[in-house]
Design a protein around this ligand. Structure first.
Ligand SMILES: Nc1ncnc2c1ncn2[C@@H]1O[C@H](COP(=O)(O)OP(=O)(O)OP(=O)(O)O)[C@@H](O)[C@H]1O
Ligand SMILES: [Mg+2]
Length: 429
């Protein structure tokens, strides 16, 4: 029964019961009074109706008064609550609608529920189009696995921050810096909110800086690499001249020739690999092998300056890291080139590889000129260089590449004694 009908019914029943009881009670009282006092009986008969009307009117008045007061009070409270709800809804709508970042809402299955105007601009689709679609539809396939894993963490109650590449309506890739957080209602996670900032242009500039600096390193290494190739070529030429005059083949000479050709092949192969234009690809790589490739490229430069490079591997196991190997090679080349350039004439550079179980560490120690505190504080600032022909981008690029690999770089230096650089990158699980 609906509440208002129930209340009316209850009042009617109470009225009926009181009425019936009144009739019975007054009839019985009349009987008793009539036996004793006729005058009093007449008086009672005359006024009992009036007494009933007065009493029930007072009762009804009190009942209706208290009921309506309670109803009006709760109505007021309800209106107040509604206003509060409306206000907090408006707050939320402002945050959602006017957010300068793209904001979306997805249910616990990853189906999109809402998208704000900035989000529509980034992705190029209207909110009505994306509603009900799987959020992964807009993520590039190579990042599906990562995105799903992060989504699961958020659904388990842990907010996440990460970079994600999506494809817009024009099939262009956009890189977003995303935050995902759970939507908790009544203590239960009902879905996720996502906030994404388009950092594609910023990334493109960073990429351009890395590529420019890589090309400049290749240019700078070219002379020493050409030099490195000339030595085996000279010995090859000597053997060929010998063979043409004696017209005889010597197995030992052939072996040397073969190994010289292998060396030329190795050096030019490394140079070509580094110079190749490639998308940034993260793969599981062996750190020692990356370092050996770097050594091939930098040895010429070191030889020209009489610098010896020692490579020591102190790790117990193979150290696998998840990285873009070309970018990491660029980091170590930059650091080694700086170390060589800090050495005036002849010196020693020690490279030590080690691991602490969670991260791999590369320590590059030179016995060059070193640097004072002020210079140490400026390392990594783009265009900061103390060299006549330096671009000052070397370390800036190292910092940004290492950050991309979730690692860190530390410098320690003493003027006149040398510099130590430690690069730490997480080991692949
Ligand atoms: N191992 C080192 N020993 C002494 N000084 C160093 C060392 N590494 C870096 N520096 C100082 O840091 C500065 C910035 O280094 P960075 O590699 O960014 O630029 P650069 O070497 O000057 O130029 P580029 O790398 O473009 O050739 C250098 O100019 C140098 O003064
Ligand atoms: Mg440099």
């Amino acid at each position: 029964m609906e509440p208002s009908r129930k209340i009316a019914f209850r009042i009617a029943i109470i009225y009926l019961i009181i009425g019936v009881l009144w009739i019975f009670a007054t009839d019985y009282a009349s009987l008793l009074i009539a036996k004793q006092d006729l005058k009093l009986y007449n008086f009672f008969q005359h006024y009992k109706g009036w007494i009933f009307i007065l009493a029930t009117s007072a009762g009804l008045y009190l009942l209706v008064y208290s009921r309506t007061k309670r109803i009006l009070h709760s109505k007021e409270k309800l209106e107040q609550k509604e206003k509060e709800l409306e206000r907090s809804n408006e707050h939320y709508r402002s945050l959602f609608h006017h957010n300068p970042d793209g904001v979306f809402e997805a249910d616990s299955q990853g189906k999109l529920m809402a998208l704000n105007p900035e989000g529509e601009l980034i992705i190029g689709y209207k909110e009505s189009y994306i509603k009900g679609r799987d959020a992964l539809e807009f993520v590039i396939p190579s990042e599906w696995e990562m995105a799903s894993a992060l989504f699961r963490k958020v659904i388990a109650g842990h907010p996440q921050k990460f970079e994600l590449t999506v494809r817009n309506r024009l099939k262009q890739k956009r890189i977003l810096r995303c935050s995902l957080l759970p939507i908790v209602v009544d203590g239960e996670i009902q879905g996720v909110f996502g906030i994404g900032r388009d950092i594609t242009e910023f990334k493109a500039n960073e990429e351009l800086m890395i590529t420019t600096e890589k090309m400049s390193i290749i240019g700078e290494l070219a002379a020493s690499v050409a030099h490195e190739i000339r030595n085996p070529l000279t010995s090859l030429k000597g053997f060929v001249q010998l063979m043409s005059s004696t017209r005889k083949l010597d197995d030992q000479h052939l072996d040397i020739m073969m190994s010289e050709i292998d060396r030329i092949n190795l050096i030019s192969g490394e140079m070509l690999a580094l110079g190749k234009r490639q998308d940034v690809v993260f793969r599981k790589e062996d750190l020692l092998s990356i370092m050996s490739h770097v050594m091939v490229l930098i040895e010429g430069e070191a030889n020209m300056k009489n610098v010896m490079i020692q490579l020591e591997d102190e790790s117990m196991d193979m150290m696998h890291i998840y990285c873009d190997q070309n970018q990491l090679k660029q980091v170590f080349l930059n650091l080694l080139k700086n170390a060589i350039e800090a050495i005036d004439d002849s010196g020693l550079i020690k490279i030590k590889l080690s691991s602490n179980g969670a991260a791999a560490m590369v320590r590059i120690e030179d016995d060059g000129a070193g640097m004072e505190e002020e210079r140490l504080a400026k390392l990594g600032e783009p265009f900061y260089s103390t060299k006549e022909k330096g671009t000052g981008l070397g370390l800036a690029v190292c910092f940004s590449i290492v950050k991309r690999h979730k690692g860190s770089i530390r410098f320690a230096s003493t003027v006149g004694k040398g510099t130590t650089v430690e690069v730490e990158v997480p080991l692949a699980k």
